[in-house]
Design a protein around this ligand. Structure first.
Ligand code: BG6
Length: 797
């Protein structure tokens, strides 16, 4: 009998042979590529060249191809156009001209123009492909439909492909989609649902051409191959900041009908720069070539992104833009666009790896240079005792340390990966990247090029050629899945909504921009470094600036009233709270502060977090005035707001933080769990006489305060310190301090902001003590002080 190992080996060999056959089947056979929008700009500039490259790379490996260009133009015009484009195709440098002519000729033979509009046109295409496959004794491997058309055309085309032009069983279908993929979260969802009704996720390839740029595509492999150096460095302890930049010299002329609807954030930041951000920030999967793992890690990175606010952005618009829009879109002379052509964004990741590290995203048209890069700048903690002339580039820890993925253009003129020599000698795949010297005398990011290890691609390739090859080889990791797309819109949409009426700073364009667009950050806020002397485009209405007014002192309901513009009002309130805290700690050793939730105090929390270094946080107890009956991690929870805007930035001991117990035994505000009583007992135990040093309240448009709403059966009087209440708004169930408890406080501050509060402010100024109708009117501290803080909009309207 033969050795049992023999059978094992034989089985393995047969299996391997089968696998090879199957793999070969997967890739070989006939492939039809249909380029929709074949006469458009993108097709002309990149896609035909990319398809030709695909043909050069793959045709020799046993595949047969046919290329169909289609557009809405007449067959005659389309053919003429295609002939011109195909004639202008170029071969790689190492292909001799006669051979190149031959290859181009073959490619031209395989390419034809066809008019594709109606479902009959698609049926006819289907028949032609099938007939050809049969006639030539081939088998069909698959079809690629490349949508280089505006998104409004997607649905019709998708429907036609789905109903009349799907390949038969055993062959694959791939549809390639070009941005824009929606305008905001809602429209992206709608488009995704629509496409999802025709195609499986697996069949869709959404292109972000930046993922095909060689330096961008190298980010993950670089992180993977240099784990041994980067594992310790790629985090908040070592990284000072990350810059993700795409500067352009061109403007939007000729494209304003598109640009006017999108602007720079939607055009570039939401997609290209965000993708890069996730590649830099994501946790590195064990296997970076598994696109499923990469996607999961990317989605986690999106989850960790802190929400952006108006103050996270600076916007600009080049001066000629509005005029171009007026001309191209036939707008009246009085028209001024608010569309930004320049944006700087400050993003943060709320996770252990990146907490506190600024991620700066910036892009603009009509700037002084064309360049794109990602720069990771490391912190420098070293002090070098020897004078600078003795510093040795690859040893001195005092020289800047940075890693740059240079996407292209700029001073270098080509893609590159640069690593400061005092960091480490990186490892890059030697087949595709080579170490280069670089031009002598050239300086980049403040250092001579000789300070870096510089690597550039062995063969520079256009992003579209790379992506077309990835589509062919089903490398889905280079494309944007639906989940990925929606996660990005979830991140950007609130910011975009908040910026709708924002007037961008006007800049002249090119080198003349000088320092006008320089910006700087502090905390979560970004602002232009230079004050603007004169705004060239007037904003809607000339609103007085805070500095035009002083803080106003008066009386309201017989208590002191402080009124100012929001910024000053918040600053004043924050100072007053700090003064009260310092005094309380001096006298009693601790400070008990009860805070309201909602949107009004957010700026106050940020102000306290940012600018109050003398605040005695270590001796402060933080209590909640009210809470929504949702889990504490829910974004609707007041505690979550406090956590996001204050707690995570200051050092309050854990045992001094007292969230309301709304979530006990896996239930929310159940009577029988006695959460209100538990909170009351905690207050009685820790706060002398249950008398808070300071209670911060708000006032709702219906006169509610804390979560005490008009006609509330609980909390307006009686013995209970903490009560469960009902709100007329979602979430309906609430927990709240009672009026009697609030009125025991030494000090109560009521913060009222915004025009929406104008009516109630006027009304409440006239009413007496009627807490049933207007709970706020029942705020009358028995022996403490009540102070109203109102901004001008709430007070003066
Ligand atoms: C596109 C934007 O996605 O990218 C354009 O719509 C921008 O506005 C272009 O000019 C930049 O791409 P590249 O490859 O030239 O850097």
């Amino acid at each position: 009998m033969k050795h049992p190992g023999f059978w094992k080996m034989l089985t393995v060999a047969v299996f391997m042979a089968l696998l090879v056959c199957l793999q070969a089947q997967e890739h070989q056979g006939h492939v039809s590529i249909i380029l929709l929008g074949a006469t458009g700009d993108l097709a002309k500039k990149y896609l035909w060249q990319g398809l030709f490259q695909l043909y050069l790379d793959e045709a020799g490996k046993g595949h047969s191809f046919s290329f169909h260009g289609s557009a809405l133009t007449t067959t005659e015009k389309g053919q003429e156009f295609m002939a011109k484009v195909l004639e202008s195709l170029s071969c790689p440098k190492d292909v001799a001209p006669p051979r190149c002519a031959e290859l181009k000729d073959q490619f031209q033979q395989l390419s034809q123009y066809r008019h594709l509009k109606t479902s009959e046109d698609y049926l006819a295409l289907n028949k032609d492909i099938e007939a050809r496959v049969q006639r030539e004794g081939l088998w069909e491997a698959g079809r690629i439909f490349y949508f280089s058309v505006p998104p409004f055309a997607y649905a019709d085309i998708a429907c036609n492909i789905n109903s009349s032009c799907r390949p038969g069983p055993g062959a694959w279908l791939r549809v390639v989609l070009e941005k824009p993929f929606g305008h905001d979260l809602l429209s992206a969802q709608q488009l995704a649902t629509e496409l999802g009704s025709f195609f499986q996720e697996e069949e869709m390839y959404r292109v972000d051409h930046y993922l095909g740029k060689q330096a961008v595509a190298q980010i993950l492999p670089f992180r993977d191959q240099n784990r041994k150096f980067l594992d310790g460095l790629w985090n908040r302890h070592y990284v000072e900041r990350v810059e993700i930049i795409m500067k352009e010299t061109v403007d939007a002329e000729g494209r304003t009908s598109f640009y006017e609807k999108y602007g720079v954030i939607r055009d570039v930041l939401q997609n290209h720069l965000t993708e890069i951000l996730t590649l830099v920030a994501m946790e590195l999967p064990h296997n970076v070539s598994s696109w499923e793992a990469v996607l999961q890690h990317k989605l986690q990175a999106f989850q960790a992104l802190r929400g952006l606010q108006k103050g996270s952005a600076v916007l600009g618009q080049y001066q000629a833009y509005s005029e171009q829009v007026r001309r191209e879109l036939q707008k009246p002379d009085s028209f001024h666009s608010l569309t930004p052509t320049f944006a700087g964004i400050l993003a943060h990741m709320d996770n252990l790896r990146w907490e506190g590290v600024p991620f700066i995203l910036m892009s603009g048209k009509a700037l002084d240079e064309r360049v794109g890069y990602v720069r990771i700048l490391f912190k420098n903690r070293a002090y070098c005792a020897q004078s600078e002339k003795h510093w040795v580039t690859d040893q001195s820890q005092c020289l800047p340390r940075q890693i740059i993925f240079y996407i292209g253009h700029g001073e270098l003129g080509s893609p590159a990966v640069l690593v400061s020599r005092n960091l480490f000698r990186p490892s890059l795949p030697s087949k595709s990247w080579k170490e280069v010297e670089g031009q002598p005398g050239l300086r980049l990011f403040g250092r001579p090029l000789s300070d870096y290890y510089v690597y550039s691609p062995v063969r520079e390739q256009d992003a579209y050629s790379i992506l077309i090859s990835h589509i062919f080889h089903r490398r889905k990791g280079s494309f944007i899945t639906t989940e990925n797309l929606l996660a990005s819109w979830v991140f950007w949409t609130p910011l975009l909504d908040s910026l709708v009426h924002e007037v961008p700073r006007i800049y002249p364009g090119g080198a003349e921009n000088g320092h006008l667009l320089d910006f700087e950050f502090s905390g979560n806020q970004l602002s232009f470094s230079q004050q603007q002397l004169e705004q060239l485009v007037p904003g809607p209405g000339s609103v007085p600036k805070p500095s035009d007014f002083q803080v106003l002192r008066a009386k309201y309901r017989e208590s002191p009233l402080i009124s100012a513009w929001p910024e000053e009002l918040i600053a004043k309130l924050a100072n007053d709270i700090e003064a009260t805290a310092v005094q309380a700690v001096r006298r009693f050793g601790k400070f008990h502060l009860a805070l309201s939730g909602g949107s009004s105090p957010i700026d106050l929390f940020q102000q306290l977090a940012m600018g109050h270094y003398g605040f005695p946080w270590a001796h402060t107890h933080l209590w909640l005035v009210d809470e929504r009956c949702v889990p504490l991690w829910d974004p609707e929870s007041n505690f979550q707001g406090l956590q996001a805007h204050l707690l995570q930035h200051v050092r309050v001991p854990y045992y001094n933080i007292h969230p309301m117990p709304v979530h006990l035994h896996q239930r929310l505000c159940a009577e029988e769990d006695q959460g209100a009583q538990i909170y009351a007992e905690e207050i009685s135990a820790l706060v002398t006489n249950s008398s808070f040093d300071l209670v911060l309240l708000g006032m709702g448009p219906d006169g509610h305060t804390a979560s005490l709403f008009p006609q509330s059966p609980t909390g307006l009087d009686g013995e209970q310190l903490v009560v469960l209440t009902k709100s007329p708004f979602r979430p309906y169930d609430r927990m709240s301090l009672s009026l009697p408890l609030i009125n025991r406080a030494r000090k109560v501050a009521v913060l009222v902001m915004g025009r929406m509060k104008r009516e109630i402010t006027t009304l409440v100024s006239r009413v007496g003590y009627e807490p049933k109708k207007w709970p706020i009117s029942g705020v009358l501290p028995a022996s403490g002080q009540l102070v109203w803080y109102m901004d001008y909009e709430a007070f003066l309207g």
